[in-house]
Write a protein that binds this ligand. Structure first.
Ligand code: SAT
Ligand code: MN
Length: 615
């Protein structure tokens, strides 16, 4: 769709800064500007005024719709190009100097060849557009686990999102100018408004390019992203930096960058515990991070919903921060019954992407309410009614909102040194085989559990939804180096932690019964599983040792007041010997892909599981 407003004015932006006193930063900005040829350069200060000006600009050009402020103040709807709705894993590259460092699960390209290719692709790509310099901090400003970055982008939508998802603005620039290290990231939607021969073309509702590149250079800690405006491809602080680049930093410096939510649990006795939990994209991390326990006396508070950076503290324990400042959550399935906390978090100041528009100027998506409105404009801008035969919101539609707006946010969510971790949880989406919960016998066994997680694919990435794939540590699309080396790194971290290491658990909320329906009610009822974990840590809950891990003993899991038959509970915990032996064969095949890089300790764990299954 073409729009009448073809050129972006930069007149509204803060004119106070025109450059940086940091020679490296300035030289890099100059170099990217020479390559991409923008009309103007804006140094973002992160102010409210700046965000207001940018949203006005985007509303004026038709790229954002302002929602009715009566229902949703200072909130906006963006509709992407239908070809730009999710992460593009087959266009995501890890360009390590050595191919072996990328490993068999990443797309590798030789760095200098990729740089040459990118130079061609980026040449003139910002013509007719404004280039924004977005300085940001991952983690509280100046914190011991925090890191700085700068994203150059030609997308004001990205700037607005970065302002919510990170601590963004002038203070970071002054820290960089004081000599703090920072990560270089460059992004373009790949849709110049003036072509090679000087001919202008009109702006479109969602500029992007069919040709996409999401390229990480781990050795130089750099990211280049082209052709997509979608979250995970374009908000380079997130998956590109906080996971792909940071995982490599962690490998080199002895810490962990993980695809994990962070929560604080308060027991009825007032005990405080912290948990980090890894699940693949769109498997309920946001819901779990905002869980409202159904069991009396327990409280869950939110620290993060997607990414955690973990590091051993001076006391020898593992401490974690949420490096982000906002949530980029999946909208469908987020509703008054499933996640009322998320619903109240987005009362205003929220950017919605690819959800449906109500006639009253508010938003809607599948699962927000039980009943759909009689009429909507769907995510593609078309009229929609409940019998249209298609969903009104895209299955990967998103909300971007500040974490500080979350009613369940923990008071220490911004503690610079993080929170001490008592338990680590690995989960996936499995219709069969994997029990509701199992505890690892040891750190090594826990690493084995994490390494062998598989999950049914969701709409968060391109591909076939529902297809089962290995997703070790929920990091398959996000590990910036060889996955087998990453397992080795986890084993090393565990060794350092020794007896201070957190307990490790595996969960599966998604097991289905013979009728194809989910057996476990999930959501708030998951608090029962969390309670069992805490009781295990305290040493007050019994477990039975099974070949695949420690399961709740008879009556060990608190099922009071839950309408679940004995058969259903048995199905939730059933371990089918033959299926598990078959799963072990698949695990061996999977390990073999990594050759001799697989840590012997993991091969030993596999042998032990097999041995006990055959017992
Ligand atoms: O699109 S994102 O990568 O930011 C979200 C996700 O897939 O986890
Ligand atoms: Mn994620």
């Amino acid at each position: 769709m073409t729009l009448t407003h073809s050129r972006q004015s930069t007149g509204d932006a803060d004119p106070s800064r025109t450059g940086s006193t940091d020679p490296n930063l300035q030289a890099w900005v100059d170099e990217i500007a020479r390559l991409t040829e923008p009309d103007a350069i804006v140094w973002c200060d992160g102010s409210k005024r700046e965000a207001n000006d940018l949203s006005k600009l985007l509303v004026a050009s038709g790229q954002l719709i302002r929602l009715n402020p009566e229902w949703r103040p200072n909130s906006f709807l963006a509709r992407t190009n239908p070809k730009d709705v999710a992460r593009v894993e087959n266009r995501t590259f890890i360009c390590s100097n050595d191919e072996a460092d990328a490993g068999p699960t990443n797309n590798w390209a030789e760095p200098s060849a990729m740089r040459a290719e990118l130079r061609g692709v980026f040449a003139g790509c910002m013509r007719g557009r404004t280039m924004y310099i977005v300085p940001f901090s991952m983690g509280p400003l100046g914190g011991p686990i925090s890191q700085l970055g700068v994203e150059i982008t030609d997308s004001p939508y990205v700037v607005l999102n970065m302002g919510i998802m990170t601590r963004m603005g002038e203070t970071v620039l002054t820290m960089i100018e004081a000599g703090e290290p920072w990560v270089h990231t460059v992004h373009s939607v790949g849709y110049p408004l003036i072509d090679q021969s000087g001919i202008t073309r009109p702006e479109v509702e969602w500029p992007c390019n069919d040709d996409k590149y999401i390229v990480q250079f781990p050795d130089t800690r750099e990211v280049w992203s082209y052709g997509s405006g979608y979250g995970g491809n374009a908000l380079l602080s997130k998956k590109s930096f906080a996971l792909r680049i940071a995982s490599v930093m962690g490998r080199d410096e002895g810490w962990l960058a993980e695809h994990m939510l962070l929560i604080k649990l308060i027991s009825p006795e007032g005990g405080v515990f912290h948990m980090a939990a890894a699940f693949p994209s769109a498997c309920g991390k946001t819901n779990l991070s905002m869980l409202r326990p159904t069991i009396p006396g327990w409280k869950v508070e939110t620290i993060g919903d997607d990414i955690a950076w973990l590091r051993q503290g001076e006391d020898g324990r593992l401490w974690a921060i949420n490096p982000e400042a906002g949530f980029f959550g999946v909208a469908p399935g987020t509703g008054e019954t499933t996640n009322p906390t998320a619903v109240s978090t987005m009362w205003g100041n929220t950017i919605f992407t690819n959800v449906a528009l109500r006639d009253d100027g508010d938003v809607w998506w599948e699962g927000l309410t039980d009943k759909a409105p009689d009429h909507l404009i769907d995510w593609q801008g078309k009229d929609w009614t409940p019998d249209s035969g298609r969903t009104a919101a895209h299955p990967n539609s998103r909300f971007t909102v500040a974490a500080a707006q979350c009613p369940s946010i923990a008071d220490d969510w911004e503690a610079a040194g993080g929170v001490p971790i008592d338990a680590i949880v690995f989960g996936g989406r499995r219709a069969t085989n994997v029990p509701l919960v199992a505890q690892a016998r040891s750190w090594k066994h826990g690493v084995f559990m994490g390494a062998t997680i598989s999950s049914e694919k969701t709409a968060a990435a391109d591909g076939i939804v529902g297809e089962l794939r290995r997703d070790p540590f929920a990091m398959l699309p996000f590990c910036g180096y060889n996955m087998a080396d990453y397992w080795g790194h986890w084993l090393k971290v565990g060794k350092e932690l020794g007896t201070n290491a957190p307990a490790i658990f595996q969960v599966n909320w998604f097991r289905k019964g013979p009728d194809g329906a989910f057996i476990w009610p999930g959501f708030g009822e998951n608090s029962r599983v969390l309670e069992w974990m805490i009781r295990r840590i305290q040493g007050t809950a019994d477990a039975i040792d099974t070949p695949i891990g420690l399961l709740p003993a008879e009556d060990g899991l608190n099922l009071d007041g839950l309408d679940l038959s004995k058969e259903a509970v048995d199905q939730l915990f059933a371990i089918d010997q033959n299926s598990w032996l078959a799963e072990c064969d698949l695990t061996e095949e999977y390990f073999d892909k990594f050759g001799d890089k697989v840590p012997p300790a993991l091969r030993a764990e596999l042998a032990s599981v097999r041995y006990h299954l055959k017992d």
